[in-house]
Design a protein around this ligand. Structure first.
Ligand code: TXA
Ligand code: MG
Length: 349
């Protein structure tokens, strides 16, 4: 199949009508969101959703997020019976939706098992991105969409990443430029007066804790041992299985810099903070030093991470040593993606 690439300009969303027709007819459309690009299908059509798994090579036990464009849909596709849970969800949705957050809630019967991978809960997200919202509205159905990468690749943050991974496998890609956030949404499960944090994102633990105590799933910061399962099935996958090994390096700044210099002199690669480049640039070429953005700007790191991981993958290096990111506030989302990309391998200096 030939994948059609379309663009909307100057807030003219007319080209999206064709994309909505594809969704209505059971086809696949990759759409931009403020987090990452999603691979969308009609979320009420089990057969259409099955095509998502095929196109991505996604394991069948990993459920999809449905994307909605109004608050009524949150009620329509979920079935929260507990009154206190309902109140907490109401407060959280008014505070953070639309936005980069996904809530895992008891599902309504109308949501097909292909979306939830047979679970009795459904993940729901109300994105801010205008194109995503307009496409959902024009389609008249919720759009089930995982990140639009091949399984095992970093999530796509621009249309080219989607093209590289899925060209020829899906009907259409809507080019909406670079994603503003660049990391996937925060996933939470609000229940029994608590908020379980399943995946960190731009809505942070600190922001959520204004509403209820937050409990972080262990899978966010540590490798699960055999037999342990994360709350979000997708968190058990490494996501990005780099062709080139990536190893994180932790320690005092002077030791990290010397370590980077030595490894660069040996011809290996380094993924570092922007502020570190001048101290190591004499020791390696442009092709072996990658910037993760400013050490003081977790949002910039978030925007840059997946693109830089793709560039590393396309390089001819044998191993890349990476900085050990922070874990506070918005840094936790970067930490989680990077440490997983490293397979939790850390060298302590
Ligand atoms: O920002 C995002 O969330 C992007 C954009 C496209 O919206 N989507 C995204 O989808 O990252 P995906 O499929 O790559 O990640 C969805 C995660 C997976 O880890 C999956 O296991 C989890 O959500 N998930 C989905 N439904 C769930 C459920 N019922 N219970 C627990 N986890 C669930
Ligand atoms: Mg994904």
């Amino acid at each position: 199949m030939e994948t059609k690439l379309i663009k909307t300009e100057n807030d003219n969303y007319a080209p999206l009508c064709e994309a909505a027709e594809i969704i209505k007819n059971g086809g696949l459309v990759a759409m931009p969101t403020e987090t990452v690009y999603g691979l969308g299908a009609n979320g009420l059509d089990g057969q259409a959703c099955r095509k998502i798994f095929e196109a991505k090579g996604r394991p069948g036990d990993n459920p999809l997020i449905i994307h909605i464009c109004d608050f009524e849909s949150l009620d329509r596709y979920t079935n929260i019976t507990d009154i206190n849970d309902k109140e907490l969800v109401y407060k959280l949705s008014r505070a953070f939706m639309p936005g980069p957050i996904t809530m895992v809630l008891p599902k309504a019967d109308i949501v097909p098992a292909e979306v939830t991978a047979g679970l009795d809960t459904v993940a729901v997200r109300f994105p801010t991105h205008k194109i995503a919202r307009e496409l959902i509205r024009l389609s008249g159905v919720p759009i089930a969409a995982p990140s639009a990468n091949r399984s095992g690749s970093p999530s796509p943050t621009c249309a080219k990443h989607v093209m590289d991974d899925l060209s020829g496998r899906i009907e259409m890609i809507i080019d909406g430029g670079e994603c503003e956030i660049g990391l996937e949404s925060t996933i939470i499960m609000p229940k029994n007066g608590m908020i379980k944090l399943l995946r960190p994102g731009a809505i942070t633990e600190e922001m959520l804790s204004e509403f209820a105590p937050v409990e972080k799933d262990k899978a966010i910061t540590s490798k699960l041992s055999a037999g342990q399962t994360p709350l979000a099935p997708g968190m058990k996958y490494r996501h990005y299985a780099p062709a080139i090994p990536l190893i994180s390096v932790k320690g005092p700044e002077d030791k990290v810099i010397s370590f980077f210099r030595e490894r660069l002199s040996e011809g290996h690669g380094v993924l570092c903070f922007e502020e570190q480049i001048s101290a190591i640039s004499e020791y390696g070429g442009r092709e072996s030093i990658f910037s993760l953005g400013s050490r003081h700007d977790a949002e910039e790191q978030g925007r840059m991470l997946f693109g830089v991981l793709r560039r590393i993958d396309n390089s001819s290096l044998d191993v890349v040593y990476s900085v050990y990111p922070g874990m506070k506030g918005k840094e936790l989302a970067v930490y989680n993606r990077l440490i997983k990309a490293c397979g939790f391998e850390v060298i302590e200096l």
